[in-house]
Design a protein around this ligand. Structure first.
Ligand code: 3PY
Ligand code: MG
Length: 254
């Protein structure tokens, strides 16, 4: 098993970020900064299918596992990301056990799933198909996002779906879906996150969450969460520019 998947399954702390900038330079800069993994955001960033392969290539140069958040549940999107050499997929908006099982089917080769065999980059462009086939089911990480009211209601059945490695909580979508937006509703949102985390942990799953800032990572670690996607390359870039400019302005005024 690849070290990244064994680490995820074992519930060791893993901290990555979303890659939303569609250029290998951003991947190389992020990878060199020392994170545990990258998650290329094909769902919400303007990253094309062809570009995903170049971004994974850039991450590979630095030995940093690159997952891909696929744009939906379509098996062809999952196959495209994995064929390009992704270390795993993050499947958004999984709200039922049936959708969770379909994600497993699309991610794993037979006999576990129904992923199709092809001469993609992951399989050495066809020159290493048997080697890739022999290892892919054990190596690839499958993370599914629970981030809707329906997913919250169905969390016990979703968490029981065999073959899911990480149940990943999307607080942004969840807050909209359960009508718990804004600081005034933080208690309601946090209670929903804790419900998902408890159910997933009881089913033996690793639990992940998106956090926009590192400030409350310890709070969620104490709730049993171990897999963190911290902000994104665009968010880090904006925050660093804002902080630098503010400091420079302050220094210029003194
Ligand atoms: C959300 O917060 O909705 C997310 O999908 C974060 O990854
Ligand atoms: Mg979301």
């Amino acid at each position: 098993m690849h070290e990244f998947r064994s680490r995820c399954i074992a519930g060791e702390v893993a901290i990555g970020t979303f890659a939303a900038i569609p250029h290998p330079v951003a991947i190389e800069v992020a990878a060199a900064a020392g994170l545990d993994f990258l998650c290329i955001d094909w769902e919400h960033a303007q990253i094309s299918r062809e570009r995903i392969e170049d971004l994974i290539r850039a991450a590979d140069i630095h030995g940093v596992p690159a997952m891909v958040r696929v744009p939906g549940h379509q098996p062809d999107s999952i196959a495209a990301a994995l064929d390009a050499g992704a270390a795993g997929v993050l499947v958004p908006r999984v709200s039922t056990a049936e959708q969770a099982r379909a994600a497993v089917q699309a991610t794993r080769y037979p006999p576990i799933g129904i992923r199709g065999v092809g001469p993609g980059r992951a399989a050495g462009y066809g020159y290493r198909i048997p080697d890739y086939l022999a290892a892919a089911n054990a190596n690839l990480v499958l993370a599914i996002q629970v981030e809707t009211a329906e997913g919250l209601a169905n969390i016990d059945e979703i968490a029981a779906a065999e073959g899911v490695d990480v149940i990943f909580i999307g607080p942004g979508d969840l807050s909209v879906s359960i009508d718990a937006m804004g600081p005034a509703n933080a208690g309601k949102l946090n209670a929903a996150i804790e419900t998902i985390a408890r159910a997933a942990l009881a089913a033996g799953r690793t639990v992940g969450i998106f956090r926009p800032s590192p400030d409350d990572i310890s709070v969620w670690k104490n709730a049993g969460i171990r897999f963190f996607i911290l902000a994104s390359d665009t968010m880090f870039l904006g925050a660093a520019i804002a902080a630098g400019i503010a400091k420079a302005r302050g220094n210029a005024a003194s």
